[in-house]
Design a protein around this ligand. Structure first.
Ligand SMILES: Cc1cc2nc3c(=O)[nH]c(=O)nc-3n(C[C@H](O)[C@H](O)[C@H](O)COP(=O)(O)OP(=O)(O)OC[C@H]3O[C@@H](n4cnc5c(N)ncnc54)[C@H](O)[C@@H]3O)c2cc1C
Length: 514
């Protein structure tokens, strides 16, 4: 192992959120030393790139498998029909049906996923952000954290959009796209409010010379991904085994270099753990932190799916095969406690077979549901069993309530309404709910709170209660009942937290604590 064992900020987790902390520190205080570690391999020469940008399919597949922690093999393709069968027959534990390429199931990592059989993780530089669909809707009314002032939210979301390079123009505006959105707005005019009609999905993607380029952690790192910055170090294949603590301070961490097997300590003036919503609380727990809310309030958004072949009468003459990218039917509580996505095949994370091709495009419809956020839904960490990284094995306790089940039924009605507005269903029967955990949007396990009353893990700047210099990042920080895809929200919260860290490190003594 070479390089610094003292740093100003240690960041555990090289996904989009860990990258946000590094970038904001670099922008606001470039003299501060940052060490960013990730347990997984670096997949691309430029660290953290989205694997969809790798042009060679074999190389892309290798990168996906390399991200799959203990599941180092190629999965079968889970087409929508297979997923429907899995959902309806409650098949569990079958990676070919449940896990997406680039992710692995919690159950593969010695975890017990309970009612979230599709609970999944990624272990690679870039995290799930090397495999995501890049939908970045801003949170709606009740999804926003009520104790954060609006101006602060808006500024942080603005920065998050810049860091992720979010745009509503990632896909060209086609006649089909306009027709889809007009049909959705007609169908949902009674529930869409708050100035948020159906519109192009904000996507962390761009089109360059006719080719879509998807944002990964490399885009968030910006100039840091180019290398050559003496105050920034990235160490792949490095596991944080435990945080080192002295009273209310975290003094550093014990790290494992997976390539050499060497275990060493790093001293840090502040530490961020942004290791996803399952493994951030796991690491805090492994480090002896026992906050009452740690690992609790686990929130997985149920996801209802359908697919439809567009009605030719909807489409302008000569509109071609393109189905207009991704359209967004926004959340607005209480009338529309869902977040709807209508996606053309290229953008859909679930492959959709076209069974009866009439020449008009097929689109997938995915509605995420907001559910009750409850203390009872939690992660349990084993005192005896370990996972693939040697950390305490995770067991999920997560139960849908009566209210959740009725929201899911209502979401099926909403998807049917959208399908009627757009064309002809490609599979018989009602829209169906994917197996629990399929959202890949787990939240709440290190939730933010206004005060230290036992119902939250961190304060409004993401600093863990009862510590002076330990911060958390990622979807686990989100405390509200959301339906929207969470990454842009988590990046916004990380922007606020990183600014707080800059303030703290700029006013506290320079030397790393010994
Ligand atoms: C197929 C797919 C589609 C998705 N689509 C969307 C979407 O459209 N919109 C959206 O908002 N979100 C989407 N998501 C979710 C999105 O990718 C995540 O919200 C986002 O990546 C979270 O970022 P993060 O940095 O918090 O965590 P991650 O990206 O999960 O990164 C966490 C990192 O921590 C590392 N780590 C864990 N434990 C340790 C340890 N002990 N030591 C060192 N490193 C550790 C892991 O290796 C991992 O790289 C999707 C995900 C997938 C897989």
């Amino acid at each position: 192992m070479t390089g610094p064992v003292q740093t100003d900020l240690l960041i555990v987790g090289g996904g989009p959120v860990g990258a946000t902390f590094a970038r904001v520190l670099h922008e606001q205080a470039p003299h501060l030393r940052v060490l960013l570690i990730d347990a997984g391999p670096q997949l691309t020469a430029r660290p953290g790139q989205h694997v969809k940008n790798i042009p060679d399919p074999a190389e892309r597949e290798r990168a996906q498998v390399a991200s799959q922690g203990p599941a180092q093999y190629v999965y079968g393709t889970p087409a929508i029909g297979a997923r429907k069968a899995a959902a309806e027959t409650n098949v569990t534990g079958r990676p070919a049906l449940l896990a997406r390429p680039g992710t692995f199931l919690l159950s593969d990592a010695n975890g017990e996923a309970g009612q979230l059989p599709a609970a999944a993780l990624s272990t690679n530089v870039g995290g799930m952000g090397a495999h995501w669909t890049c939908a970045c809707p801003p949170p709606g009314n009740a999804e926003r954290i009520p104790f954060l002032p609006d101006a602060e939210w808006d500024a942080a979301l603005h920065t998050a959009n810049r860091l992720l390079a979010v745009t509503q123009a990632a896909y060209p505006e086609t006649g089909a796209a306009v027709a889809i959105r007009e049909a959705l707005n007609r169908a949902f005019k009674d529930v869409l409010a708050g100035g948020r009609p159906a519109q192009p999905m904000p996507l962390a993607a761009r089109t360059e010379h006719g080719v879509r380029v998807w944002s990964g952690a490399d885009v968030v790192l910006g100039p840091l991904a180019d290398g050559g910055h003496p105050t920034f170090t990235l160490r792949p294949e490095t596991v944080c085994q435990t945080l080192l603590r002295s009273g209310e301070r975290v003094t550093g961490a014990r790290l494992l270099d997976r390539a050499s097997g060497e275990v060493y300590e790093v001293q840090a003036r502040a530490v961020v753990v942004a290791a996803d919503a399952l493994r951030t609380p796991q690491l805090l727990w492994a480090s002896g932190l026992r906050l009452p809310a740690l690992g609790h309030y686990l929130n997985d958004q149920p996801q209802v799916l359908g697919a439809v072949q567009l009605d030719p009468r909807l489409l302008p003459a000569g509109s071609g095969p393109a189905a207009g990218g991704v359209s967004w039917v926004p959340f607005h509580a209480p009338a529309h406690p869902y977040h709807g996505q209508v996606m053309e095949l290229e953008a859909s994370p679930v492959p959709i077979p076209v069974e009866h091709d009439t020449g008009t495009p097929v689109v997938g419809l995915g509605w995420f549901c907001a559910r009750e956020v409850r203390f009872e839904d939690h992660l349990e960490f084993s005192a005896t069993r370990t996972d693939d990284l040697g950390l305490p094995a995770v067991t999920v306790h997560h139960t849908l309530t009566e209210r959740d089940l009725s929201v899911i039924e209502a979401a099926k009605d909403e998807v049917e309404r959208a399908m009627r507005a757009l064309g002809r269903p490609i599979a018989a029967g009602r829209p169906f709910v994917l197996p629990g955990g399929s959202s890949l949007h787990y939240q709440g396990t290190t939730r933010m709170g206004e005060r230290d009353d036992g119902s939250s893990v961190c304060d409004a700047s993401s600093r863990v209660w009862g510590t002076e210099n330990l911060y958390v990042g990622g979807n686990g920080v989100i405390p509200t009942s959301t339906a929207c895809n969470p990454t842009v929200t988590s990046v916004a919260l990380a922007v606020l937290a990183a600014s707080a860290i800059v303030r703290q490190l700029s006013t506290s003594p320079q030397a790393a604590p010994v």
